[in-house]
Design a protein around this ligand. Structure first.
Ligand code: GLN
Length: 245
């Protein structure tokens, strides 16, 4: 199959090598004989039809402010696409903007597109460091790196991505990180995230393929030795020092 990926604001929201997540999706799709076509969706661009997976990375408050109004204009098209089964992966600053709103450190309230039931308010101290999550919904762990001033609050009934084993997570208090709703995933985990968490890369890939195929798709397992080793290194770092100011 040929998968279409819509990369939102690649020129503005792309810190901590978040672009690397797309490279991983492309290689893991190719290893199963599928092709990935990536379209950049910038400020002023229309949301293309028939996108299987939307991706948006992280960015500083300044960059988020540069795209928030444009993203709000794209909101309806993105909500319709997701309601139609398209998948989405949003990281950090992008994660904050697919919630209800992000109130930045200057107190400015940036509109969100409400794809996830949450809002974010920036605090004084940044939450920086390695993170390890327990994703009970699949019995696996996620390892990555966080750097955010935003404290994200999930609404009642919202599903977190994982329980924090080490690190700060959404707000440094709730003990949870990220949020997921069907094929929409939001997380603070940079790194990039997917190279060291192959099961999650395959989860996002399988959701995108299911949109394209109109039915759930099984992915043949890949060896993933290097990826598993990278996960262990990241997890060990998180256990040893995650979650400390
Ligand atoms: N600017 C946002 C914050 O500080 C997001 C940061 C990021 O994407 N790393 O919380």
């Amino acid at each position: 199959m040929k998968l279409t990926v819509g990369h939102l604001y690649p020129e503005y929201l792309n810190i901590y090598a978040d672009r690397g997540n797309i490279a991983v999706l492309r290689e893991r799709a190719r290893a199963r004989g599928h092709e990935v076509e990536v379209t950049g969706i910038g400020v002023g661009h229309a949301v293309p039809e028939a996108i299987d997976l939307f991706y948006v990375g992280g960015g500083q408050d300044r960059e988020q402010a540069l795209v928030a109004t444009d993203l709000e204009r794209k909101g309806e098209a993105l909500r319709v696409a997701v309601a139609g089964g398209a998948a989405m992966l949003a990281v950090c600053g992008g994660y904050q903007l697919i919630g209800r709103f992000y109130r930045d450190r200057a107190g400015a309230e940036l509109p969100g597109i409400g794809l996830l039931p949450l809002h974010t308010i920036a605090g004084e101290r940044r939450m920086i460091g390695d993170v390890l999550l327990d994703c009970e919904w699949v019995g696996k762990t996620l390892a990555g790196f966080e750097n955010h001033a935003g404290r994200t609050y999930l609404e009642p009934g919202a599903e977190p991505l994982g329980r924090v084993l080490a690190g700060f997570g959404n707000d440094g208090k709730s003990g949870y990180e990220g949020c997921r709703d069907g094929r929409v995933y939001g997380t603070y985990l940079h790194g990039p995230l997917l190279p060291r968490n192959p099961w999650f890369a395959d989860r996002v890939l399988a959701d995108a393929l299911a949109h394209r195929a109109g039915e759930e798709v099984e992915l043949t397992p890949l060896p993933d030795e290097l990826e598993a080793a990278a996960h262990e290194v990241s997890a060990a770092r998180a256990r040893s020092r995650g979650g400390r100011y």
